[in-house]
Every structure is written in C-alpha cells, then in structure tokens.
Design a protein around this ligand. Structure first.
Ligand SMILES: [Cu+2]
Length: 114
C-alpha cells in the first residue's frame, strides 16, 4: 500500500511538467511571484451539482484532491468569494483548488473547464 504522503508526492511529480509550462507562460506577463506560486498548484476537476447561494455553499462532484489527500467524491464546499456562486451553474465543469479555511473545505480558486 502506498501512503497518502507518497501518493501526494507522486501527484506533485506528475503535475510538474504542466505546472512548469504554466509558470513559463505566466512569467512573460505580469510575472509576479504570486502568480508563479498559484501556477505551481495542480487544479482538480469537478462538476457543479448544487449551488446554495443563501448558505454560501456549492456541491461539487470532484476528482482526487492531491493537496487534501482526498479521493473522488461528491461533497459540499464553501467558496472563498461569494460572487463565484453567481457564476456557477449546475452541470458546469470546473477546475478548482480546495483547501481548509477555518476548518471548512473551501474552494479557494476555480476556473471553467473546457
Ligand atoms: Cu471530497
């Protein structure tokens, strides 16, 4: 059995060529270290299942979340920016990054998937 840590390292290794390419691309633009850091993070895939604007939450059927050591599942997330809930629609495919914010799983970054 591989430990979750080993799997996380493997995930990072697999994502590095993509992340490097993204960093390169961003580097020619604004090129701030902040942007570079974001580009290094591997986004996970998800499909919007439910949007609850009143509660500020979104239900996402997501693929593995390497940084959280979480397998694929459908679950509820909070969102870092409530305005995102206005843009998210049930059935939308997204790429996103989730993290623990104040102990709650939160979408801290997302973009539409093609
Ligand atoms: Cu999950």
């Amino acid at each position: 059995m591989k430990s979750p840590i080993t799997l996380a390292i493997m995930a990072l290794g697999l994502s590095s060529p993509l992340a490097l390419a993204a960093s390169d691309h961003a580097g020619h633009g604004a090129g701030g270290s902040h942007m570079m850091a974001q580009a290094d993070v591997a986004l996970s895939e998800g499909t919007i299942k439910k949007v609850d604007k009143a509660a500020g939450k979104v239900t996402i059927a997501h693929g593995p979340l390497g940084n959280l050591g979480m397998p694929s599942m459908t679950m509820v997330f909070r969102v870092k920016n409530a305005a995102w809930l206005e843009q998210m629609k049930v059935g939308d495919k997204i790429r996103f990054l989730a993290d623990r914010v104040d102990g709650a799983f939160t979408v801290v970054r997302y973009e539409p998937a093609d």
